[in-house]
Design a protein around this ligand. Structure first.
Ligand SMILES: [Zn+2]
Ligand SMILES: [Zn+2]
Length: 256
């Protein structure tokens, strides 16, 4: 499978760096994971957004879903869509609150909100601990540990596995999520300092420890905020992983 990083700036978009979003492709099927601020611009430069086959939202923090509001406009009001989007709705797998929260973000006044049912062009599916079959992918969904309901994804295509943590602090579910993965796309939002808030994010050291324990063959670090020194995060992760990790960047492509 092919992984394209649409954006990976942690918690908010940085200078020329969109927030979180990823395109995963195999056998012509196009799966998008997260659609943070700035990612629709990068995606649109690669393909027509109508060509997305399914969308997974790990959680509803804006740095993972803000550009969904733009996708609403694109899908609902495009003057020349390649098909009728009201007949061929986009499947969106997201936390249960997604339809109401995303509609409210799109329609800021009561009148417009009353007229807005995102069900006209989207088919929402509430995420839980489950296995999804999306085109050629088997996607195992893991609840993870974050300040809100959040999920990580283990994506299998044939014998190949890509594991994505989403936003999470260390939690036992991550071991199963990442076990023997060909690539672990792992958030690392800060260094392992003593003043880290609890139950929110992973440090570089924790990302490396997770990859080592799980036997991940490759560690791709993501979600480093603009105010964090990536070199310090890499150094921590390298020491605990035992090999040099890769810090992903917007526009990068990886064969998994
Ligand atoms: Zn985030
Ligand atoms: Zn978050």
């Amino acid at each position: 499978m092919q992984l394209t990083v649409l954006g990976c700036s942690g918690s908010f978009a940085g200078p020329g760096a969109p927030a979180s979003g990823y395109l995963v492709e195999a056998e012509g099927y196009r799966l998008v994971m997260d659609l943070g601020n700035g990612t629709l611009s990068v995606l649109s430069a690669l393909l027509d957004p109508f060509a997305i086959d399914a969308l997974l939202l790990s959680h509803l923090h804006p740095d993972h879903c803000a550009d969904f509001t733009s996708l609403i406009v694109h899908r609902r009001f495009h003057p020349e869509p390649p098909f009728d989007p009201r007949r061929h709705k986009l499947d969106v797998y997201a936390p249960a609150e997604a339809p109401s929260r995303l509609a409210a973000a799109h329609a800021p006044c009561a009148k417009e909100l009353a007229e807005t049912d995102l069900g006209d062009v989207f088919a929402f599916h509430s995420l839980a601990a489950q296995t999804l079959h999306l085109g050629p992918f088997e996607v195992t969904v893991f609840p993870v540990l974050h300040v809100c309901q959040a999920f990580g994804f283990r994506i299998r295509h044939g014998d190949t596995v890509l594991a994505y943590t989403g936003d999470t602090a260390m939690t036992p579910a991550l071991e199963e999520l990442a076990a023997d993965a060909d690539a672990l796309l792992c958030e690392a939002s800060w260094t392992h300092g003593p003043d880290r808030p609890p139950a929110l994010h992973l440090s570089g050291r924790e990302a490396g420890e997770l990859a080592a324990r799980a036997g991940a063959k490759r560690l791709l670090l993501t979600h480093i905020p603009p105010w964090t020194d990536p070199g310090a995060v890499i150094a921590e992760a390298k020491e605990s992983y035992g090999a040099r990790p890769t810090v992903v960047s917007s526009g990068s492509r990886y064969a998994i």
